[in-house]
Ligand binder design. Structure first.
Ligand code: KG4
Ligand code: ZN
Length: 334
């Protein structure tokens, strides 16, 4: 049988990424991360789309070369249609459409959030359907009931900030670089969770991080009044306290979702799933509650094209192709 070779493109935020998937296996996954946003303390959409334009062709060329294939071997191109920044999505989608048209191959549209979840099918062991996935990124926080590769239901989501945003905004208040999530994770390893912040009281499976953010803001303001060097002297303990609060909020809802649905196959996905405390907490709860847990490899946590390629592969198998008229969708739903 002829090998099934797909090219995948991801450009929804500030990472330009391309991947080659052969028979459902990742053969290359090349990402150009845009460092330029650090100066601004967050992603500047216009700068991001311009950087994608510069990066997209070299990233695709490298992914093809690492996989050791020829451009003509590619049988379909998968691409993120949304959700994400419109200007960033346009670059990847336009490139993918052009590539599909020029090579006379099908185009496959992929939902970025579903792709974070399907990243779990990049490497065995695969989760068994149905499973629950806590999907936590810079823009989203969701608990998803995953029924199969194509059918997913969001059963809980954030009412305000995303978990990644909670990390990034708290870090910004402390004067840390963007994205602050990984920096907080690193500093927290040297500290203790000695400070307590507001915990939201929401009855269902939804999340809220705005109260926590306000609580951190006032806490820092009051402590700095007493001691102007408070953040510098206490940064490890502050980071550990912030991280513990965010992870506790996430885990409380995940436990509740597992209990309510009776599902014990539990996964995490998205940029924040790289967080070391979330990873250990998931394992600890897994042992305690008899869950089978799935934690992605670091390279598949943050944005990458391999997850787009894996999602495209399962759509390719059922010939779920897109037409050339599709447009990017900043708020694409499931
Ligand atoms: O999924 P992702 O790469 O991009 C989006 O689709 O948003 O997620 C990026 C988010 C950022 O908010 C970043 O701070 C957070 O993931 N993040 C982390 C860690 N690594 C990345 N948050 C906490 N701990 C980490 N180790
Ligand atoms: Zn993402």
């Amino acid at each position: 049988m002829r090998a099934n070779i797909l090219l995948a493109i991801e450009s929804s935020c500030d990472d330009s990424s391309a991947s080659i998937i052969i028979n459902g296996e990742v053969k290359s996954n090349v990402t150009a991360t845009q460092e330029v946003h650090k100066e601004y303390g967050g992603v500047v959409p216009e700068v991001a789309s311009r950087s994608h334009e510069v990066n997209i062709i070299p990233v695709v060329a490298k992914a093809i070369s690492i996989a050791g294939i020829a451009k003509n071997d590619i049988q379909a191109v998968g691409v993120t249609r949304g959700p994400g920044l419109l200007g960033s999505l346009i670059v990847g989608l336009s490139f993918a459409k052009g590539f599909a048209l020029a090579n006379d191959i099908p185009l496959i549209e992929v939902n970025h959030m579903q792709a974070h979840i399907l990243a779990h099918f990049a490497e065995k062991p695969f989760p068994e359907f149905p499973f629950l996935c806590l999907t936590v990124s810079g823009g989203h926080t969701q608990i998803v009931l995953v029924k199969d590769y194509h059918e997913m239901e969001v059963i809980g989501q954030t009412l305000d900030d995303a978990a990644g945003e909670a990390f990034d905004k708290s870090g910004k208040m402390m004067g840390l670089d963007y994205p602050a999530g990984p920096i907080i994770d690193k500093l927290a390893k040297e500290g203790k969770a000695i400070y307590e912040f507001g915990i939201p009281k929401i009855e269902n499976l939804d999340f809220s991080f705005s109260g926590l953010k306000t609580s951190i803001r006032y806490f820092l303001r009051d402590r700095i009044k007493e001691n102007p060097d408070f953040i510098e002297q206490e940064k490890e303990n502050i980071c550990c306290s912030i991280q513990t609060s965010i992870v506790n909020i996430l885990m409380a809802k995940l436990k509740r979702a597992a209990k309510e649905t009776g599902i014990s196959e539990i996964a995490i996905a998205g940029g924040v799933s790289a967080n070391s405390f979330l990873r250990t907490e998931l394992e600890r709860c897994g042992l305690k509650h008899g869950w089978t847990t799935y934690i992605p490899k670091f390279e598949y946590c943050t944005d990458n094209a391999a997850m787009i390629g894996i999602s495209a592969y399962y759509k390719f198998l059922v010939k779920d192709f897109a037409n050339q008229e599709i447009t990017p969708a900043a708020r694409l739903k499931f």
